[in-house]
Design a protein around this ligand. Structure first.
Ligand code: FAD
Ligand code: DLZ
Ligand code: SF4
Length: 516
């Protein structure tokens, strides 16, 4: 009798806990490129190419390490189209006494796996998910009994527990240089003519080229462009991306973390999310590399802390938050938003330059950085009342780093405030002024960010006030919104009415699928 270890497309690490449970001399590893996983949302072509290529490279690595690997390619005639059916076929031709799988990262798949033992009549063991610093129980223990689940406090716990940027260990632990958070030093716009380092790029090898051809044939109807695929597809390449980030981008990461710039999709971000989320890099090695750069005087504290906060703070927090609140979290819709996505979410064809830029970056690269996702695309979705279900589906399929455990809290919690404030203390709503402050998009736009009303006015300007007025009953008691509602109270009534009328005209255009 033998065991079978099923490795999923986002479990591409030799340290995966399920691998530790099998004997490479007699047991098996199964990996399969299946229609069900590639199409449960219509993932971006580059995302599928990345995952399939990384899976194929990892299978080669497993074989070199002495594992017996059954790898089912997408176009293999024995491909059954789903992980369960693939397991069933394997089990029918091998004497198996146990199937081992590391805890799937998404609720959907975890729920399915919990039924496999009964369906297959073979023992199924789910092992720990080691792609995070904390285990799931840690968040639950922290969250239990708390009225509010704010990232900052969980982050501080993580800093202390794992001794990251900490001056004195133990009970009296203090943050390095005396401050936990340098967020206020992370908000500069990019000066004109800044020369930004090119992202680390790799030419496709034969395996990747084969996968690109496959995706072009099988997924031509999916969103996104395949041309210029340059992502890392194995651990060695991902480590090169990490090293170049530390040397070339981390020093200015903090300063320009929230900046956006016309035709500059990459800026000083790390571009590591897709590698960490698929197991090619571990979050702790990335955190330690950044910490080391601070200790070696290679990068300032506002950059290093800002970067570490994203991974040890936000990434750990949203993952714990997701598992704490699923499955009900998926249905949250605090504002009862129902609008369908405008067609420019797919085509990028809109006169609103910021949206055209962020969506065409997304289309080209399966990547947009955080502020593009949050304050341009997300802000628009919030202000126009797009349905959480549709927005979640969009974010889950368009980004190469997207999995529901991270996408859902960011979209329903951070962007849409669909959870009524479980994640964020107030909605991240903003007028055009914010986008103008943090980018040069408005300089290239046919709308005018300075105008508040009229056909030339930036739609974000009147949509912002329309949103605040529409949801006054739900938001005006929020202490963090008090000032803005006081400003509203002092505004000229006629001006407010004109903004509301302009917003209605704009929203009617969206509903009629007219160009905006
Ligand atoms: P950097 O800016 O270099 O940040 C470093 C790392 O910190 C990231 O790689 C990521 O691992 C982590 N991180 C940063 N912000 C967050 C966050 N808010 N939540 C969790 N981790 C974070 N991130 C995903 O990994 N997958 C998603 O599907 C995803 N969807 C998002 C949807 C929306 C609406 C928003 C606002 C954010 C989303 N994020 C998501 C978070 C963040 O935008 C991406 O992690 C980041 O843009 C990836 O690019 P990067 O690797 O260059 O990140
Ligand atoms: C995202 C993805 C895609 C596109 N394809 C596959 C696949 O063919 N086979 C596979 O094992 N995993 C794939 N994945 C990753 C899974 O969807 C992921 O493991 C679950 O969503 C859980 O996070
Ligand atoms: Fe975006 Fe408004 Fe600026 Fe145009 S003017 S780029 S729509 S914020």
């Amino acid at each position: 009798m033998a065991k079978l270890c099923l490795i999923l497309g986002d479990q591409l690490s030799l340290d995966t806990s399920s691998l530790q449970k099998i004997d490479r001399n007699k047991d098996w590893v199964l990996m399969a490129e299946v229609r069900e996983e590639a199409s449960y949302v219509k993932h971006h072509k580059k995302k599928i190419a990345f995952i399939f290529s990384a899976m194929r490279h990892f299978a080669e690595k497993l074989k070199s390490a002495g594992y017996q690997v059954n790898y089912v390619e997408y176009q293999d005639k024995h491909n059954k189209g789903s992980l369960f059916e693939q397991l069933k076929v394997f089990a029918s031709s091998h004497a198996l006494d146990e199937i081992v799988i590391a805890h799937p990262a998404e609720y959907r798949l975890w729920e399915a796996v919990t039924k496999w033992e009964k369906r297959l009549k073979i023992k199924v063991t789910i092992t720990e998910d080691l792609r995070f610093v904390a285990d799931n129980g840690e968040f639950k223990r922290w969250a239990k009994g708390r009225k509010q689940l704010r990232m900052e406090y969980f982050y501080r716990e993580m800093r202390k527990k794992y001794n990251v940027l900490i001056e004195k260990e133990g009970k009296g632990a203090q943050p390095t240089a005396g401050k936990w958070n340098y967020d206020s030093e992370n908000r500069q716009a990019l000066p004109k003519n800044t020369s930004i380092p090119l992202p680390t790029q790799f030419a496709p090898d034969d395996i990747t080229q084969g996968v690109i051809d496959l995706v072009a044939t099988e997924f031509s109807h999916h969103f996104g462009e395949l041309a210029n695929f340059h992502y890392a597809v194995d651990r060695e390449q991902a480590l090169l991306v990490l090293n170049e980030f530390i040397d070339e981008r981390l020093p200015r990461f903090g300063q320009y973390q929230d900046a956006m710039s016309q035709n500059e999709p990459w800026l000083y971000h790390s571009h590591l999310g897709l590698y960490i989320n698929t197991g090619l890099l571990s979050p702790m090695e990335v955190i330690r590399a950044a910490e080391q750069a601070y200790e070696d005087n290679k990068a300032p504290l506002n950059s290093v802390e800002g970067f570490i906060r994203q991974i040890l703070g936000w990434r750990e927090y949203v993952r714990g938050f997701y598992w704490y609140l699923m499955p009900d979290y998926k249905d949250e819709n605090y504002f009862h938003a129902t609008r369908t996505l405008p067609s420019f979410f797919w085509s990028a064809k809109t006169d609103m330059n910021c949206l055209a830029q962020c969506i065409s970056d997304t289309k080209a690269n399966a990547y947009a950085h955080h502020i593009q996702r949050l304050m341009v695309i997300g802000n628009f979705a919030l202000l126009t009342g797009l349905s959480p279900e549709a927005v979640n589906e969009w974010y889950l399929l368009v980004y190469a780093d997207a999995y529901e455990w991270v996408e859902l809290p960011n979209v329903s919690g951070m962007v849409l405030f669909a959870d009524g404030g479980k994640l964020a203390s107030k909605p991240y709503a903003a007028s055009g002024a914010y986008i103008n402050k943090m980018s040069n998009y408005c300089q290239h736009c046919s709308y005018s960010v300075k105008h508040k009303t009229g056909s030339q006015a930036c739609p974000f300007n009147y949509l912002y006030w329309h949103f605040l007025i529409k949801h006054k009953d739900k938001l005006s008691n929020n202490p963090r919104m008090a000032m803005i509602y006081r400003t509203l109270q002092k505004m000229d009534e006629k001006h407010v009415q004109t903004m509301l009328d302009d917003a209605d005209i704009f929203l009617a255009k969206l509903d009629n699928n007219e160009e905006v």
